[in-house]
Design a protein around this ligand. Structure first.
Ligand SMILES: Nc1ncnc2c1ncn2[C@@H]1O[C@H](COP(=O)(O)OP(=O)(O)OP(=O)(O)O)[C@@H](O)[C@H]1O
Ligand SMILES: [Mg+2]
Length: 378
């Protein structure tokens, strides 16, 4: 178990009437690569700005190594940020850009030189010292920005969509480089993206944020295999979601009824599912199966609408009679049903993920959070 380096406790952020971060709680471990992932406007940048100490929570507290960041002067903080637009000085060369923070702090020249060269070596930009920023490619500028951010040896590095401006190929390459660099430096990374594939590739854990709330915080594998909410199931990868009600519970399985027929699911005893409970079942396209004849326990029928060949994969679209479109991915072209044919849908029980929407804690009312902030008492 590693030590917690950043803790976010009951944090709320209001901009006027706009409640942008809601009851946020999370502990980030030393050396962890944690990603904040969510749609535009969900509060990712706001959360980073609060961790960096440039923005104050409306209520709650954020601590870095047990201390509130905003109590320290910006240059003393153990947190540094890489912004999306890099914020480099275009007229200065690479060396001066990287050295800037140390010059301001009046670090001796010899030490500056050693540290700049070390930082440039880390990001594989040795030999580029004299190059002007305007003569660097997107990926190179990105690395200069990182060298500049790590030169102060921060404990925590915040990165706000740092690869957003790069083309896909360079982006993929930089994802792997950045992850390697992070492991080598041992710095805690808090990384923001709205690209789910990027988050899955790079992170130790991902916090999925929706409208200012953390819906789930888990490893990439857990998030993909066991989404806890419908939002998470939909946001990460492709899935088929069916709303249902529990008809029968038999030990660790249940019979559920949907608008379009019955199915079976496997239960997790922790979920405490009972007859008449509402739930959703999420089945990934690669796990949805179909048969030309009925399958025990499943009565959901559909009509094949089309089969789309995508390289080694066939994407099948199957329509249910309530209009729902079910997606099935098949890797074997020899075993398809043709458009217009009737099929019965089913899945291996462990592949049907039961989602019981928990009551998310509601703190929308401003009243709830008053009195939590000592600065308000005037
Ligand atoms: N300084 C501000 N004053 C008022 N409202 C703000 C301010 N900064 C952000 N907001 C609002 O807070 C919400 C969250 O913004 P934020 O920038 O954190 O989103 P984001 O998740 O980073 O989105 P994106 O992916 O588009 O960058 C948005 O509704 C935004 O309009
Ligand atoms: Mg943002």
């Amino acid at each position: 178990m590693s030590k917690t380096i950043v803790s976010i406790m009951n944090v709320e952020k209001m901009y006027g009437e706009n409640h942008v971060v809601k009851n946020m709680n999370m502990n980030i471990a030393e050396g962890e690569f944690l990603t904040l992932l969510g749609p535009s406007g969900c509060g990712k940048t706001t959360t980073l700005r609060m961790i960096s100490g440039f923005e104050m929570p409306t209520a709650g507290a954020i601590k870095v190594q047990g201390e509130s960041v905003e109590k320290k002067e910006p240059y003393q903080r153990d947190v540094n940020t890489v912004f999306q637009n890099y914020a480099l000085f275009p007229n200065m060369n690479v060396y001066d850009n990287v050295a800037y923070g140390l010059k301001v702090k009046k670090v001796p020249k010899k030490e500056i030189h050693e540290r700049v060269m070390e930082a440039l070596r880390m990001v594989q930009l040795e030999g580029f010292e004299k190059r002007r920023i305007t003569q660097m490619s997107g990926g190179q500028k990105q690395r200069v920005a990182i060298a500049r951010a790590i030169i102060n040896r921060p404990k925590v590095l915040l990165l706000d969509e740092p690869l957003g401006a790069l083309d896909l190929k360079l982006r993929k390459q930089m994802q792997i480089e950045l992850k390697r660099l992070q492991k080598k430096l041992g710095i805690t990374f808090i990384y923001v993206t709205h690209d789910q594939e990027e988050a899955l590739t790079m992170s130790d854990r991902i916090a999925i944020i929706n409208e200012g709330r953390i819906e789930q915080i888990d490893t990439p594998v857990e998030i993909y295999k066991h989404p806890k909410t419908k939002f998470v199931a939909n946001f990460i990868g492709e899935t088929n979601l069916l709303d249902a009600v529990v008809l029968e519970v038999n030990g660790d399985t249940a019979v559920i009824g949907t608008e379009v027929g019955k199915a079976m699911v496997q239960l997790d005893p922790k979920d405490k599912i009972a007859v008449n409970d509402g739930l959703a079942v999420s089945v990934r396209p690669e796990h949805m199966k179909f048969s030309k004849t009925p399958v025990d326990g499943f009565t959901i029928k559909g009509i094949v609408k089309e089969n789309i060949f995508v390289g080694n994969l066939i994407k099948m679209m199957i329509n249910l009679n309530d209009g729902t479109e079910i997606r099935v991915n098949r890797f074997d072209a020899s075993d398809l049903s043709e458009p217009g044919e009737l099929v019965y849908l089913y899945w291996d029980l462990p592949k049907g993920v039961v989602i019981k929407e928990k009551e998310l804690i509601h703190t929308d009312s401003v009243k709830d959070i008053e009195g939590g902030d000592p600065d308000e008492e005037e």
